[in-house]
Design a protein around this ligand. Structure first.
Ligand code: COA
Length: 182
């Protein structure tokens, strides 16, 4: 948890320097979502030679503020809270995480990988479009439930960028059960 929250905090600080209001809310307000992700085993850390450099959540949660029944929510997996440490940025780790998330979607019989991006952050929209995502639509939830996010993107789950790093998945090592607990 501290590592993930640290990476998200660093991303929030960097975003402020980019002149966007994306994620500019107290980190505490994201803590419970991150805790839920961890408990659900949908939260992942990416390590480069033993150093944690990035985080991503990939799950089946199609935010009902954004995705409608007509979108066939069960056809996709959804990316949330993706961030790369600035010391590791610019090397394609974000792209590698999205490819890995797509493979995970394929393994679960999903045809699409989806995400909702901050509506006013044009630089972020360009980033996703350059990685093969298509803009689905822009959704602004009602004023009594304001959300900065809502620019919806999706791409084929099988999309693969052959350039840049690749992610190798390692499952958490579980302690062997002792003979007494059998
Ligand atoms: C998105 C992210 C994970 C990609 O990491 P990466 O693969 O290392 O790629 P980079 O950080 O080098 O970004 C690639 C380009 O997109 C731009 N970009 C990425 N995220 C951006 C954002 N949120 N707002 C504006 N521009 C962004 C970068 O400035 C960079 O532009 P450049 O090539 O002109 O320098 C990383 O930029 C990040 O942690 N961003 C902040 C958190 C975030 O926006 N997450 C996505 C939420 S939907």
């Amino acid at each position: 948890m501290p590592v993930v929250l640290g990476i998200l905090a660093e991303a929030t600080t960097w975003l402020a320097t980019c002149g966007t209001d994306q994620w500019q809310v107290p980190l505490e307000s994201r803590r419970s979502r991150v805790e839920q992700d961890a408990a659900a085993h949908t939260l992942f850390l990416v390590a480069d030679r033993g150093i944690d450099v990035a985080t991503i959540t990939v799950d089946e949660f199609a935010d009902a503020d954004f995705w409608e029944q007509a979108d066939d929510p069960a056809s996709a997996l959804y990316v949330h809270r993706m961030a790369v440490r600035r010391s590791a940025a610019g090397r394609g780790i974000g792209s590698a995480m999205l490819d890995w998330a797509g493979r995970r979607a394929c393994l679960r019989g999903r045809t699409l990988l989806r995400l909702d991006a901050w509506r006013t952050n044009h630089g972020l929209h360009v980033y996703y479009k350059n990685l093969g995502f298509e803009h689905v639509r822009d959704v602004e939830p009602p004023a009594d439930r304001p959300r900065g996010s809502g620019m919806l993107f999706q791409r084929d789950a099988g999309y693969h960028n052959p350039l840049g790093p690749q992610i190798v998945q390692r499952w958490p090592v579980r302690r062997a059960r002792s003979s007494r607990s059998r």
